[in-house]
Design a protein around this ligand. Structure first.
Ligand SMILES: [Zn+2]
Length: 506
């Protein structure tokens, strides 16, 4: 066999990523009950061998700072470490996927609900005692069966990353290979939580009283699902029209919503489909799946827009770019494009044009959207702070559930359950990517507004510009670089706070 060099690593790496993505897509979309990941890891053994890791480490250490080689070596190293860590965990992942695809919860009213569909059921249950009982049954199942799998995965992943020796521990090795300062981000999160605390307390108290008829002191996490499901607006967001509305908007922006057939919409109900929507780039840019399991109403429009932003990003990535710039890089970037689209649900002009809300309900809806935005931002800030403790090793595994409940409950005002402490963790600090994406999205929206006006989403010049300046670039640049290109000095929560204040006063 010929020796491994960066060129071969790229081509074999891409084939490996395609195989893993296809298998995950089939299992998560409910086409297959199980995922066979281990044979893929065996087939692409060389991509994840010692030689490959040394090659990327060497390239990372020797490339001159600020060069394209450095940029490329950094993302290849990050991917190599992540994939190497995932390899010995493939058997565990297969077990988890099989479990999630078959597990059921017995609802207190006698029905059998698939584990994947429980959040949908909880959000749609108006009878509070039934909602709480269903969530209690879910939490018991999680504590007994799901949480142990996730805890084992977290522990083994942490041990592996620390054994590679890029830096002294998990957190500093993440910072070294991504260039993201976890400490800096956690500090901004703490400031954001402090600055918006009284605004959040007031907003939540009123919403719980009027929408759910409960006191703030008794609110549980399952009540949050019912509150943000906002079913009173269902008639304004008909499921039957969703796909055609989205296609129309992208057409009006001057681009093809399927990127000439490269994007495939998979948005129907299917048993075994994940309740959390996702975009699966199986080949970038040639074959991209947008997968959504309908929950109903405004939340489906929100997730459709989000996944559409990802799908357009991958579907329009330049095929000229090397594997790492199309497939890898700072996921804060793709998340910011997804959020740029889902934030149209906070955009009066968009709502008036593409939904049936009508002029007299749009103000109230925008206040609900502002509340939802503030809730999710506060939740993700708390998650980042929690996950940083989890990976730091300074808090023992057995003490983490109490820390999780206290951080998340305090930030959101909803009481969380200890059972979720290891299940509600975004792997490899994905929460940091989301938070940075939130910040970048507001910068991009301002840039598009300056260039194409407040209704950029229907300006036929905006789409082609977005494709060329943003989507085609894949993830060659990181979030800071794109912000700088848009003329913003830095990523911060400040514009988001101002936007939320305006929404709450709409
Ligand atoms: Zn996303």
């Amino acid at each position: 066999m010929t020796a491994l060099d960066l060129e071969r690593l790229r081509s074999e790496g891409q084939a490996f990523m395609e195989a893993i993505s296809r298998e995950s897509y089939l299992a998560f979309a409910g086409h297959k009950k199980t995922a066979e990941l281990q044979p893929i890891y065996q087939q692409y053994e060389r991509v994840l061998g010692v030689e490959a890791l040394e090659l990327t480490l060497e390239a990372f250490r020797s490339a001159p700072d600020g060069s394209d080689e450095k940029r490329s070596a950094q993302v290849l190293l990050e991917w190599e470490i992540e994939s190497q860590a995932a390899k010995p965990l493939a058997a565990l992942d297969e077990r988890e996927i099989a479990w999630e695809n078959t597990a059921v919860v017995r609802s207190p009213d006698g029905r059998v609900v698939q584990y994947q569909a429980v959040p949908i059921e909880i959000g749609n249950t108006r009878d509070r005692s039934l909602r709480l009982a269903l969530d209690a049954a879910r939490a018991k199942l999680v504590a007994n069966e799901h949480a142990p799998l996730r805890l084992e995965r977290l522990q083994r992943e942490k041990d592996y990353i620390e054994s590679v020796g890029v830096a002294r521990d998990y957190n500093s090795s993440f910072e070294a290979v991504t260039g993201i300062s976890l400490g800096g981000l956690a500090e901004s999160c703490e400031r954001f939580l402090r600055d918006t605390k009284s605004m959040w307390d007031d907003t939540l108290r009123g919403a719980l009283r009027t929408s759910l008829g409960i006191k703030a002191s008794e609110a549980k996490r399952s009540d949050a699902l019912a509150l943000f499901r906002a079913s009173e607006y269902d008639d304004a967001f008909p499921g039957s029209e969703m796909e055609s509305v989205m296609r129309r908007q992208v057409n009006e922006m001057g681009i093809d919503p399927t990127a000439r057939g490269r994007i495939i919409f998979d948005v129907g109900e299917r048993e075994g489909k994940r309740s959390r929507a996702f975009c699966s780039p199986v080949r970038v840019p040639e074959e991209v799946y947008l997968v959504l399991r309908p929950h109903g109403g405004q939340s489906d429009y929100n997730t459709f827009l989000h996944e559409l932003g990802h799908a357009l990003h991958f579907g329009y990535a330049s095929s000229e770019y090397a594997f790492e710039f199309r497939w890898l890089g700072d996921n804060s970037v793709t998340e910011s494009y997804a959020m740029l689209f889902d934030h149209r649900m906070q955009d009066k002009g968009w709502l008036n044009r593409y939904t049936r809300l009508g002029a007299n309900r749009v103000g109230k809806f925008l206040r609900t959207a502002g509340m939802e935005e503030l809730h999710f931002l506060r939740r993700y800030c708390a998650k980042l702070i929690y996950e940083r403790s989890l990976y730091s090793g300074e808090v023992s595994w057995s003490e983490l559930p109490d820390l999780y409940v206290s951080l998340l409950s305090n930030a959101t005002g909803f009481e969380y359950d200890r059972a979720d402490a290891f299940v509600d963790v975004d792997p490899r600090y994905y929460s940091a990517r989301y938070l940075r994406a939130w910040q970048l999205q507001s910068i991009l929206n301002e840039q598009l507004t300056r260039r194409f006006d407040v209704d950029w989403f229907r300006n036929p010049s905006a789409g082609p510009w977005i494709v060329q300046e943003l989507f085609a670039q894949g993830q060659r640049e990181n979030a800071e670089e794109i912000a700088a290109r848009a003329g913003a000095p830095k990523l911060s929560f400040d514009p988001l706070v101002r936007k939320i204040e305006a929404l709450l006063e709409a």
